[in-house]
Design a protein around this ligand. Sequence first.
Ligand code: SAH
Ligand code: SF4
Ligand code: F3S
Length: 442
Amino acid sequence: MKEILKNNKELKFYIHTFGCQMNENDSERIAGILTAAGAKKSDSPEKSDLIIVNTCAVREKAEEKLSSYLGNLASLKKGKKVYIGVVGCVAQLHQSKLLDKKPFIDFVLGPDNYHQLTHIIHSNSKEKFISTDWSQELDESLHKLALRKSNISAYVTIMEGCNNYCSYCIVPFTRGREKFRLKHNIFREVQDLASRGYKEIFLLGQNVNSYKDPKTGEGFSSLLKETNCFNGIEWIRFITSHPKNFSKDTASIMKESEKVCHQLHLPIQSGSSSVLKRMNRGYTREEYLKKITFIRDLMPDISLSTDIIVGFPGETEEEFQETLSLLREIRYTNIFSFRYSPRPLTTASQEKDTVSLEEKRRRLLEVQKLQKNIQIELNKTFIGRVLKVLCSGKSKKDSHIFTGRTDGHQVANFKSQKNVTDQFVDVQISSCGPYSLFGEAD
Ligand code: SAH
Ligand code: SF4
Ligand code: F3S
């Protein structure tokens, strides 16, 4: 790749990110490494010498989207000298098979191997490069370099990997075992963000509640409590919590701490205890509901969201109805719902995928229809109220409208006389749809 650097003086790179917030954060760190090595971020693949695709393997659909994206890159590469790297979860999963199947790919890096990028861009070699080793620790140098998309909200990874092995989930195979950052390093990053004017942070991990400082053994609750001490940071959020690990202690810290938003994403996956058992989730419907009652008693204004999978192997109509009844009972602010997708290496994929595609589609539609009605009802209760909103910029659909998120992490679109991008604003809510609130800034 060195020849590109020599000819162009400046290497231009483009990163396309699929997947979750951790992939978003990884892409920011990748952009940081490349920038520190003298390359420049570009806003389109066509204008770039190096294209990196950060991938997600969580469902078949994610891999299909990737395949079609890579197909377009293959055409772009024809007649042009451009390097293509595939990184992230699909890279870790398929490793060298990716290079065999798609010969236009130049390098493949698993999530623990991004430090190799400096070597790759300075290399004289024309050989394909692959690195998918696991490391014991998270690489601190990469956190320091992150080139962030937002000037106001920042992701801060506190742990990575998962030891839970839910029977449907590929993540333990793509992200490896749980690894934790030292609290000291996490706080150095938060301090740096605060001093640069960041107002909102998201503590990130596949299972944040299992966080343990590698030196002192201090857990997530104490980390969350201390995160409140940074002047300038006004909103603290965390994702994702596992229901079996989310503790009463953490709920109490959320209540006590002024800066921790009263918002919690607590993925249930199914409302049926028998399905939860087959999913290896480690809690029953009743235990989950008890936790929700405890949390709501402490914080009546809590905004709850969840993930739902429909059509898990063997899911009967009765079991599915239990998911619907749970949604009616909890009335989440928001849900993310998916059709079950068999994934390689998982134990569920060895079971017969008994629910037909048509039936999975029907169940998904039913979940979404019910939830949509719940959200319309809930959102109407905000009409007439003034909510604090962190504005992320202009709406993509309408340049006269601004958009942001409330404390409860709901989307709020609003009119404003001034440009309030990257600022907190009070918005008077005047109307709503199922997925967003609408109003005017004071
Ligand atoms: N670590 C988080 C999120 C994991 S992936 C957690 O434990 O909650 C995000 C969501 O994708 C999961 O919560 C689940 O709802 C969904 N998911 C994971 N594997 C899936 C599969 N094989 N089929 C369908 N949905 C899946
Ligand atoms: Fe996947 Fe379960 Fe781990 Fe979440 S907790 S990443 S769903 S194995
Ligand atoms: Fe996808 Fe990997 Fe995140 S599989 S959901 S990008 S951890």
